[in-house]
Structures are given as structure tokens and as C-alpha cells.
Design a binder for this molecule. Structure first.
Ligand SMILES: Nc1ncnc2c1ncn2[C@@H]1O[C@H](COP(=O)(O)OP(=O)(O)OP(=O)(O)O)[C@@H](O)[C@H]1O
Length: 342
């Protein structure tokens, strides 16, 4: 089932006028942010480094206290009611939410027992979960001895076993191989469509975001700059970009004329061909483009529409290169505390 086909229901998360500052108010991390997340949906939080995503997620998890605002999960005020722990589970980047000195199975049993469940009665389900994530052969291994991907899978298993209505996942596919990443996506889709659970994702992997999310909230500089369905976003930013391939090398005069008369986004060489990417709001300007090429005796080999994807939208909205952003955020520092991340 496509994310857009999922049923939209009443909000399970509600954030109203949230503001979060640090350093005695001199750093405004989140500025008057409001949004709701419908039950049974997958919502992505996207933004460049330092945009405020972690501050928002940590506030919803009840880990940090915002300066202002009202945050509710499943009707519970996260800063006034301890029950929030039963409402939300989170997978933290770097598997910081599991106990590295316990084995995989011990971790799963522990997190399952937090829900008031006797893990001894659910051994089969735990086995199935480990099988699903392909960590069953490591069930009795201490987490600290596992590879990064295996640690990540253990963290996921511990979050999934808690069966909370809301699941936060920070970079859930980081360190997973292609097959495990595919299985995880399927499992998340099942949780949402069949169990009506709600997933909030934060990831720099645009494919994962586009594939899984019903809706994406893009944060920049502590504010929401876009809050739209993925399909709506891509449609909204359909810039009518055309890729024109010309067989010959183009003269400087021809290039300059095109650049003057059209919005040329990019020039590329492809073998002996010149590829020009042009953005235009009105499709009928394509004829003007053809005429200009004719004036320079240039015959286009092909003209095709470039379909925008979520990454294009992100770049357009924030002016950021998310892949650069990702490189900049790589912590490589296992010592950061849970409080230091969402
Ligand atoms: N404990 C803190 N003390 C001071 N400033 C902080 C603290 N935590 C975050 N900030 C600042 O608040 C702003 C938002 O940070 P936040 O971690 O929420 O952003 P982010 O979008 O999650 O970034 P990233 O993608 O890099 O994790 C940044 O300017 C950051 O430097």
C-alpha cells in the first residue's frame, strides 16, 4: 500500500507554539512551532544540521523541557504526565537506547517487561521479531560485541517490542544492509496500516523518507518552512525542469544566449553530447527554447521533463545539500549521551 492510501485520522501528537532556547535564551533552537500528527500515519522531520529537529523530538519524548508550548501524545501532556513513557518509544541514532552490556534477547525482554508484560510468555514473539530483523543468530550475544548494523537492529527490536502507539525513529536505516532496510520498511508499513501505529522519522536518506512518509515537515532555522504530503510537495515544486540533449558542442555565444533567455540550472557533458537543464514555469516556453536552438543550428537529440523528487524539494526549500549536511552531522563519537540526542 502506498503511504498516501493510508487512512488519515485524529491527531495522536499535537505540538502547539513550541519554543526552545539554550544558553540562557541566546540560542533559539525552535521558534513557535506548531503541528499535529494523525494517528496511523508516517511523518518525516527533515532539516539541515542545527535546524531544530532533535530539540523538537526530545521535547516530544519529554527528555527536554521547552521554554514555551503545549505538547501532547495520545492526549497526555508529555511534561506533566509520566504516562508518556507508555505512549512513545524511540530508536536513537547509534543505538543509544539499548543496554550494551546485555544480550540482544535480554534487551528485548527488558523493554517488553517495561510495558507490564511478562517476557517469558512472549518468547515466540520475540523470536519472530529477531528473525524478522535477522538478528536471531545473535540472540545471546552481548550488544557491545555486535556490528553497528546489528546494534541498530537490536535498538529497533527493543522499540518495536514495546508496542507503543507512537514510534520515533532517528536514522533507522543507517548501518542496515539493503535487505534489512527493505524488511524494516515493510515492517513499518505493516505497523502503520495494520496496527494503526504512528511513526515519526528523522533521516537524511531521502529515498527512505520519500518511500515511507505520508507527510514531511521541513524545519529550517527553528521554524517550519513546509508541512505537506510528500506527493503534494513534489507536485508543488514541479518546476517544469527540462533536460535538453544537444549532439554538438555548444558555442559560448549559444550558451550565453540560453542562459540570458532561460533559467539554466545546469550544464553537463555526456560523451559527445551537451546536456542542458532548464527550469521554466510555463511549458509553452519549450517552443521558444527550440527556436533559440535552431537559431544556432543546434538539433536537440532529446527533450525530457525532469521529475522532481523529495531531495529537489529539500534543496529548494532550505538551500541546503542534504548529503553535505549528512556528512557534517556524522558524530563518530559513541560517547554522546542519550540526553544529547533525541
Ligand atoms: N544543549 C545545547 N546547548 C546549546 N545549544 C544547543 C544545545 N542543543 C542544541 N543546541 C543548538 O540548537 C540548535 C538546534 O539544534 P538541534 O540539535 O535541535 O538541531 P538538529 O536539526 O537536530 O541538527 P542535526 O541534524 O545536526 O542533529 C543548534 O543551533 C544547536 O547548536
Amino acid at each position: 500500500m502506498q503511504p498516501t492510501e493510508r487512512r488519515q485520522k485524529q491527531p495522536v501528537i499535537s505540538v502547539e507554539n513550541m519554543r526552545k532556547t539554550y544558553a540562557d535564551g541566546s540560542v533559539v533552537a525552535v521558534d513557535d512551532v506548531s503541528f499535529e500528527v494523525e494517528r496511523g500515519s508516517v511523518v518525516g522531520l527533515l532539516g539541515p544540521n542545527g535546524a531544530g529537529k532533535t530539540s523538537i523530538i526530545k521535547s516530544i519524548l519529554g527528555v527536554v523541557l521547552p521554554d514555551e508550548g503545549d505538547i501532547r501524545v495520545d492526549g497526555v501532556n508529555v511534561h506533566e504526565d509520566d504516562d508518556v513513557y507508555e505512549k512513545v518509544s524511540a530508536v536513537l541514532e547509534g543505538a543509544r537506547n539499548v543496554y550494551w552490556r546485555l544480550t540482544v534477547r535480554e534487551n528485548i525482554s527488558f523493554f517488553s517487561s517495561l510495558q507490564g508484560i511478562d517476557p517469558r510468555n512472549h518468547r515466540d514473539e520475540h523470536d519472530e521479531l529477531m528473525e524478522l530483523l535477522n538478528i536471531d543468530h545473535k540472540a545471546d550475544e552481548t550488544v557491545k560485541n555486535l556490528s553497528r548494523g546489528m546494534k541498530q537492529k537490536t535498538a529497533l527490536a527493543c522499540a518495536l517490542v514495546r508496542q507503543t502507539p507512537v514510534l520515533f525513529l532517528d536514522e533507522p536505516t543507517l548501518g542496515l544492509d539493503v535487505e534489512a532496510s527493505h524488511d524494516l520498511r515493510q515492517e513499518l508499513d505493516r505497523l502503520v496500516t495494520q496496527e494503526n501505529r504512528t511513526v515519526v522519522l528523522s533521516s537524511h536518506d531521502m529515498d527512505v523518507m520519500q518511500d515511507l512518509c505520508d507527510r514531511v515537515i521541513i524545519i529550517d532555522d527553528g521554524e517550519i518552512v513546509t508541512d505537506e504530503s510528500v506527493s503534494g510537495l513534489v507536485e508543488l515544486f514541479r518546476t517544469q525542469a527540462y533536460e535538453v540533449v544537444v549532439e554538438d558542442d555548444m558555442s559560448t555565444t549559444a550558451r550565453r544566449t540560453l542562459e540570458r533567455e532561460f533559467d539554466v540550472a545546469e550544464w553537463r557533458e555526456r560523451g559527445d553530447w551537451t546536456v542542458c537543464e532548464v527550469s521554466m514555469a510555463e511549458g509553452d516556453r519549450v517552443h521558444d527554447l527550440m527556436r533559440t536552438l535552431e537559431e544556432f543550428d543546434l538539433t536537440p537529440r532529446s527533450v525530457s521533463v525532469v521529475q522532481p523528487d523529495l531531495e529537489d524539494v529539500f534543496l529548494e526549500v532550505t538551500g541546503e545539500d542534504e548529503t553535505e549536511s549528512e556528512r557534517g552531522s556524522e558524530p563518530a563519537d559513541e560517547s554522546r549521551t542519550v540526553e544529547g540526542r533525541a
